[in-house]
Design a protein around this ligand. Structure first.
Ligand code: MN
Length: 235
């Protein structure tokens, strides 16, 4: 039996809707600039240049149970924290160099997630040619709802994705508007990293983050057709 110098951190896991078993999280990959109008609002030209990938630590995931209101602690060292609503793809079967037409076999299910962002730190880092971690990979930066198994949802190519703050619509798009669709994203990512069961992919956020700032007390409500609601209060 392995003896540790101290108790290892507990593994992150997320509920699976309608099942007793939980989904153990291994890695969290995120896609940047994946909806045209969002690319424009961030000051770039949308094109088919390769997708931008970055990671968050697995323990940045904060699970919000179905029908409950989660809590997002406003992070330190920022005065411009933004929401990014995203469809999360959960990987159930690993692989490398996955062909695009085989990508679906690797999908376990889907969830609604928030890629919370310290926009001021991210912009400063990008401007200086520095990494994005302090802007993107901070503690509790990835609130998400339960995973819905693909057996229940079918494969998702379309579906309305939206984010509302205190009842006001802030972000809205259809999954079909992704620049790099889910199959292409899985194929491309698997050429860079060997995917494993338990990996999560935040697939990118639509436009509207230009007004995406949150303040303490705000209630964010993310929705995706068929996946219910992700409700999170900023505290
Ligand atoms: Mn994002």
């Amino acid at each position: 039996m392995t003896r540790y110098a101290f108790e290892p951190a507990p593994a992150t896991s997320v509920a699976i809707q309608g099942r007793a078993e939980r989904f153990p999280v291994r890695r969290v990959y995120c896609v940047g600039r994946n909806y045209e109008a969002h690319v424009r609002e961030m000051g770039h030209d949308p094109d088919r240049s390769p997708p931008i990938f970055f990671c968050k630590p697995a323990d940045a995931v904060v699970e919000v149970a179905d029908g409950e209101e989660g809590r997002f602690p406003y992070p330190g060292e920022t005065s411009n924290c933004h929401h990014e609503i995203e469809l999360v793809v959960a990987i159930g079967e690993g692989g490398r160099d996955i062909p695009q037409d085989q990508a679906r076999r690797h999908i376990f299910g889907y969830a609604i997630g928030l890629d919370m962002t310290r926009r001021d730190l991210q912009r400063a880092a990008a401007k200086a040619g520095q990494p994005w971690e302090t802007g993107k990979a901070f503690d509790a930066s990835a609130p998400m709802g339960p995973i819905h198994a693909v057996q229940d949802t079918g494969y998702l190519d379309t579906g309305a994705l939206s984010l509302h703050v205190n009842g006001e619509t802030r972000q809205q798009a259809d999954l079909s508007q992704l620049i790099w669709n889910v199959d292409e994203t899985i194929a491309t990512l698997s050429r860079l990293f060997e995917l494993q069961p338990g990996d999560l992919i935040f697939s990118g956020t639509p436009e509207g983050v230009g007004v995406g700032e949150v303040r303490r007390g705000d209630v964010m409500s993310g929705r995706f057709d068929g996946l219910g609601e992700l409700r999170v209060r900023v505290i």
